[in-house]
Design a protein around this ligand. Structure first.
Ligand SMILES: Cc1cc2nc3c(=O)[nH]c(=O)nc-3n(C[C@H](O)[C@H](O)[C@H](O)COP(=O)(O)OP(=O)(O)OC[C@H]3O[C@@H](n4cnc5c(N)ncnc54)[C@H](O)[C@@H]3O)c2cc1C
Length: 455
């Protein structure tokens, strides 16, 4: 393994950017050596850096880049269980196992996510209501703990370490490998329906009627107000039956063949993502969708990973980067909380470029894992100074008062006290972590900010 090299790291939001000393181990003994050789500095694992804020960063600490821990170790074609090193990506899982008739149980909105990152953030997908989170499909997670011991854990064996690691944002150790249960599929296609939802009430009606679809998600017009508040395009789907062929004309077929090719090579000018262009985008996608239900069969890539078609699209938010705010709040009968939240967003006059809305199912995991029953909303904003921070502060209050929480893997600025209100079980997580890492060897900028480590 080469020695530590200095590097500035950032997450997908490109804010903040923090210096670290990084190593790129290829073998688990090199990860152990990195732990032993950390010179008293805090250590942290870093996958593909698709967390948005400071979860995978540690100012002046030592960072283990896991992407070369990318070996597939074992596969059972009868059951679909695959054992992989933690740096294996969703992309590699799909490219390797889809030709064999298998698909990862849960995928994010990008396939540039490592298995280690998927467990540490306990990621969810469009199928949360049907299949839960990534950790629902994982066993035998091997973790290099602070003592230097490699511990194998899951919901049955060493469950405390397992649940502290699921959603634990890298603060319990370095995940080295895990068993993931892939699901059998017939082909690379997805049966999809999309329809306009006119407002929030309509959204909840359609969502209730769509429980038999394994995957649902809605793109919302975050600027719509009054009777139109909550309007958007509801998309629902399921893996296609045998013999399905993509529909939708030449463009869809071309999209299916394209690998993610386009690139945003330089920062786009900051003015590009202004409220005028975002208003056009928000209204445009709603009005462009035909009335009625549009049915089709799509290749998985444009369905699951549309943003991956434009590499480095985060640069489109300009030099100051982007901030995402993803929240979940429990459902209330009048949808009062989500109305207040959408009202705060539209009232702030700061349109979110991509606004994603979905009902979570009942699957929850202890402590720091994000999903809870209710509705989740993800908003993207260019990092345009104090306005967006004031809006986030206001949203924090609404979310915490409602018993909701924000997703730590998307966060770059949540205040410590608000975090503690949103994640009231954090003390139990800390007690578990302290048993495995009493000296807080594993730290991150997010952990320090939220008071999870370093105190
Ligand atoms: C376009 C886009 C769409 C997304 N869509 C979704 C979505 O639909 N659902 C969702 O849940 N998330 C989504 N995400 C977030 C993403 O799935 C998570 O942030 C994920 O953790 C990123 O994986 P990574 O390998 O890049 O990890 P990183 O960003 O590098 O790290 C994330 C956290 O995991 C820890 N970590 C990484 N590897 C290890 C390891 N081997 N051992 C221990 N800890 C480790 C890090 O310390 C850090 O705390 C999206 C992100 C992007 C950019």
């Amino acid at each position: 393994m080469e020695r530590w090299a200095e590097q500035e790291l950032h997450g997908w939001g490109r804010h903040p950017r923090l210096p670290a000393e990084v190593a790129r181990p290829e073998r688990r003994r090199e990860v152990r050596a990195a732990l032993a050789d950390r010179g008293g500095k805090p250590l942290l694992a870093h996958g593909l850096g698709r967390s948005y804020g400071d979860a995978a960063l540690i100012d002046g600490g030592r960072v283990v880049l896991t992407r070369r821990l990318d070996k597939m170790l074992d596969f059972d074609p009868i059951t679909g269980w695959v054992r992989v090193e933690a740096g294996v990506t969703l992309k590699a899982l799909i490219e390797t196992f889809l030709p064999r008739g298998f698909w990862p149980p849960v995928v994010a909105g990008t396939w540039f996510v490592t298995v280690g990152g998927a467990i540490a953030s306990d990621i969810h997908g469009k199928n949360h209501h049907a299949d839960g989170t990534f950790a629902d499909h994982v066993r035998r997670v091997e973790i290099l703990t602070a003592s230097g011991e490699i511990v194998t854990c899951d919901a049955e064996t060493e469950p405390e370490l397992f649940w502290a690691t699921v959603g634990g944002m890298g603060l319990t150790g370095v995940i080295l490998a895990a068993d993931v249960k892939l699901r059998p599929v017939h082909n690379a296609y997805f049966e999809v329906e999309s329809l306009r939802v006119a407002n929030l009430d309509h959204f909840f009606e359609v969502s209730a009627d769509s429980a038999h679809f394994t995957h649902t998600v809605t793109w919302l017009d975050s600027l719509a107000t009054g009777d139109a508040m909550g309007r958007g395009i509801f998309m629902r789907g399921r893996h296609a039956e045998p013999g399905a062929e993509p529909t939708g004309g030449a463009l869809a077929k071309l999209a299916a063949k394209l690998s993610p090719l386009l690139d945003v090579p330089l920062d786009l000018p900051d003015w590009l993502m202004n409220s005028f262009t975002m208003r056009l985008f928000n209204e445009g996608f709603y009005h462009k969708h035909p009335k009625g239900v549009v049915r089709g069969v799509q290749h998985f890539a444009p369905y699951f990973f549309p943003l991956d078609f434009i590499r480095n699209w985060n640069r489109g938010y300009g030099s100051r980067g982007l901030l995402q705010y993803q929240l979940v709040v429990p459902r209330d009968p009048e949808h009062r909380v989500i109305r207040e939240i959408l009202g705060a967003v539209s009232g702030a006059g700061m349109p979110s470029f991509l606004t994603v809305f979905k009902e979570f199912g009942d699957s929850t995991h202890p402590w720091l894992s994000f999903p809870r029953p209710g509705v989740t909303l993800a908003l993207d904003f260019p990092n345009m100074g104090s306005g967006v921070h004031h809006l986030f502060d206001r949203l924090d209050g609404l979310v915490a008062d409602a018993g909701g929480r924000v997703y730590l893997t998307k966060d770059a600025r949540l205040p410590r006290e608000t975090f503690r209100r949103m994640y009231p079980d954090w003390t139990e997580w800390r007690a578990a972590r302290d048993r495995w890492d009493p000296d807080h060897v594993f730290q991150s900028a997010l952990g320090q900010r939220l008071g999870l480590s370093g105190d």
